[in-house]
Ligand binder design. Structure first.
Ligand SMILES: [Zn+2]
Ligand SMILES: [Zn+2]
Length: 362
């Protein structure tokens, strides 16, 4: 995007079954605490697909997309000149940012849950309004609200690798933080999709001694092993394998990333006494599992639900990609590249290739 331009394109989503409409809007000037960014890459997330398919309602018309990388065009008055790591940021720097902006002052922000801020603004999830059209990833630029955590993207990390960092990779970083120190630990990862594979890789990078990946689909084994799993199990095999590997105790940490209730059950079953089960995969309501409370008591289980992440987790995610991104075959999770004009094709492509990240390069 040339800086002398005064208007830029956004792909406006008006509801399930409607094609995207490419519309030009005036490029806004960033207000107090805001940043204006030229988008270089956005990836289509499963939640964008849910909205596109009509399985999830968002206020419309809106600009979808929250996994975004871009270059800083302009700073609003008082906008931070350092990123979440404390590194100086300048116009032209390549950055990504938290998928939500939080106020830092409300009940939940003050209690370490900025992702549950009472004034939360999520990119790609709000209806557009005059002057606030550039609020999602599928556009030529994005206006970052005050309270957004920004991270500079290290040079070796490509745009397509960095874009999903603010969703899947940061969520996995949050899971690893909740799980406690992973050095020498045994970890069971239930579900070997993008989230689960990333969890295998990060657990390994953080020093886990054993990482067992579990998936219904035995064809996920080779990929899981490439992403750092030391073993692979189908759900039927997981319990015995975890006991074998841990002198009969069970995994120190289990991470559920599949979204299936049976996997939640499996995560609780495979966790050792005093261990931690992190449940992160289920984001749609309607499932249930039965639970014997006696098991919770006697096994002293720690069960942690996890939704999204805190800004510090995005820093960990980007550090992980910078240090270990080339060690694991993340490029195999890439699922095609489309320009903004072909966004309808990109969504169809993404829908036909679940588990891969389709990129839109405006
Ligand atoms: Zn996402
Ligand atoms: Zn808040």
């Amino acid at each position: 995007m040339r800086t002398e331009r005064t208007r830029a394109l956004a792909a406006v989503f008006s509801g399930h079954g409607e094609p995207f409409r490419l519309k030009e809007f005036p490029i806004p000037s960033p207000g107090a605490g805001e940043l204006l960014v030229e988008i270089t890459c956005s990836t289509i997330c499963g939640s964008d697909l849910h909205t596109w398919h009509g399985r999830r309602e968002e206020p419309t018309p809106c600009v979808l997309g929250h996994e975004i990388v871009g270059r800083i065009l302009a700073f609003g008055a008082g906008a931070p000149r350092i990123d979440l790591k404390g590194q100086p940021i300048h116009e032209g720097d390549r950055i990504t940012w938290t998928l939500a902006a939080s106020c830092g002052e409300c009940f939940f922000c003050r209690r370490g849950l900025p992702q549950k801020c009472e004034h939360l603004f999520k990119y790609g999830h709000s209806a557009i309004a005059p002057g606030r059209e550039f609020s999602g990833g599928f556009a030529e630029c994005c206006l970052l609200s005050a309270g957004t955590g920004v991270v500079r993207v290290p040079d070796p990390v490509s745009d397509t690798l960095a874009a999903p960092a603010n969703c899947a990779v940061a969520t996995v970083a949050a899971a690893c933080r909740l799980g406690g120190p992973l050095e020498g630990s045994s970890v069971a990862v239930l579900g070997a999709g993008v989230l689960g594979l990333t969890a295998c890789a990060m657990a390994r990078a953080l020093g886990a001694a054993e990482v067992v990946a579990c998936d219904l689909d035995p064809d996920r084994e080779a990929l899981a092993l490439d992403f750092g799993a030391s073993r692979f199990a189908t759900p039927d095999e997981l319990g015995d394998m975890a006991l074998d590997l841990t002198a009969g105790r069970g995994a120190d940490i289990s991470m559920e990333s599949s979204g299936a209730a049976e996997a939640v059950r499996g995560a609780l079953d495979v966790t050792r006494t005093g261990g931690t089960a992190i449940i992160a995969g289920t984001t749609t309501p309607g499932q249930s599992i039965s639970l014997d409370p006696n098991q919770l008591v006697r096994r002293m289980l720690n069960i942690r639900g996890l939704h999204n992440y805190a800004p510090t987790d995005l820093v960990s995610a980007m550090d992980f990609l910078g240090e270990h991104g080339e060690r694991f075959p993340f490029e195999q999770l890439g699922g095609g590249r489309f320009d903004l004009e072909r966004i309808d094709n990109a969504f169809r492509h993404s829908s036909e290739h679940p588990g891969l990240r389709t990129a839109i390069l405006p």
